[in-house]
Design a protein around this ligand. Structure first.
Ligand code: ZN
Ligand code: ZN
Length: 278
């Protein structure tokens, strides 16, 4: 069976909350039958923005070097590429654009992380979780409209921050507006399997939102958001099942910041079952 799939979202120890060096992630990708892996560690930001969970500006060169070293080491085995997970926050666009220009990137994720103190100060509305959730969906649409990103990450992450007040049905009009805006940009969206480990244990996005994305022909990229090597391509089979239930027939991935597609059945068949890899 030929290798077809890339892990599109995974981290390195430079983000200060992931374990395992890049070669361990590349080995895990090889064991799962993947064609390649794109490292997408958290971008640097100025002004102490979320500093506990990201590389420093001075570490960008090291990031490029450790991914490049891994690429050379796995040449002919696993195709290792450089990507980035970028926080989107209004006012930081120029800084982000300068960071992106420093690297030759293959996949750029645009992320809104509502747990961060800076996000809460600006967008979390005291005693109004519904408005906080609406603000989140407005911001992920704005991230797509910034034009800086290939794929919008984990696009319902706010549900874990407001889990007791999460009622997706009442949000559907807002989500539909958000998805109309994203569809108009041509941006892809992520199906992030690490949602299964979070407060509300389901993919980001949930099944209904995935269906609303499919109705708008929004391309979907699957990522495990691995912060340990063992989670590289975790639950990809279930992700493909969810996509097919939602109406998708193809899954997308990015190389050289250009979107490619694979047939979902072919993608699933190319995976080596996780059980047989341990
Ligand atoms: Zn993220
Ligand atoms: Zn991530």
């Amino acid at each position: 069976m030929s290798r077809l799939i890339y892990e599109m979202h995974c981290h390195t120890p430079l983000c200060r909350h992931a374990d395992g060096t890049p070669p361990r992630y590349a080995e895990a990708a090889e064991r799962r039958g993947l064609a390649g892996i794109v490292f997408t560690c958290h971008n640097p930001m100025p002004d102490s923005y979320g500093h506990s969970g990201r590389m420093r500006e001075a570490e960008v060169d090291e990031y490029v070097r450790i991914v490049g070293d891994t690429r050379r080491r796995f040449d002919g085995q696993v195709d290792v590429r450089l990507g980035l997970e970028c926080d989107y926050f209004p006012g930081y666009e120029d800084y982000i654009a300068e960071t992106l220009a420093r690297m030759e990137l293959h996949h750029v994720l645009g992320s809104v992380h509502p747990f961060l103190a800076i996000w809460r100060r600006r967008f979390q509305i005291e005693d109004d979780p519904l408005q906080t959730q609406r603000n989140y969906f407005d911001q992920i649409a704005a991230s797509a409209e910034s034009g800086m990103f290939d794929t919008i990450s984990h696009p319902d992450l706010v549900k874990n921050m407001t889990a007791n007040d999460w009622d997706f049905e009442r949000l559907i009009p807002d989500v539909e507006k958000c998805l109309d805006r994203i569809a108009a940009t041509g941006c892809a969206m992520e199906l992030n399997t690490s949602g299964l480990l979070k407060t509300i244990p389901e993919f980001n996005p949930n099944q209904t939102m995935l269906e609303l994305m499919c109705q708008r022909d929004i391309p979907v990229v699957v990522g495990a958001d691995a912060h340990v090597p063992e989670r590289v391509s975790a639950d990809f089979e279930r992700a493909y099942d969810a996509m097919q239930s939602a109406g998708y027939t193809r899954v997308s991935y990015f190389l050289d910041r250009t979107r490619h597609e694979l047939d979902l059945n072919e993608a699933r068949a190319s995976l080596i079952p996780a059980d047989s890899t341990v």
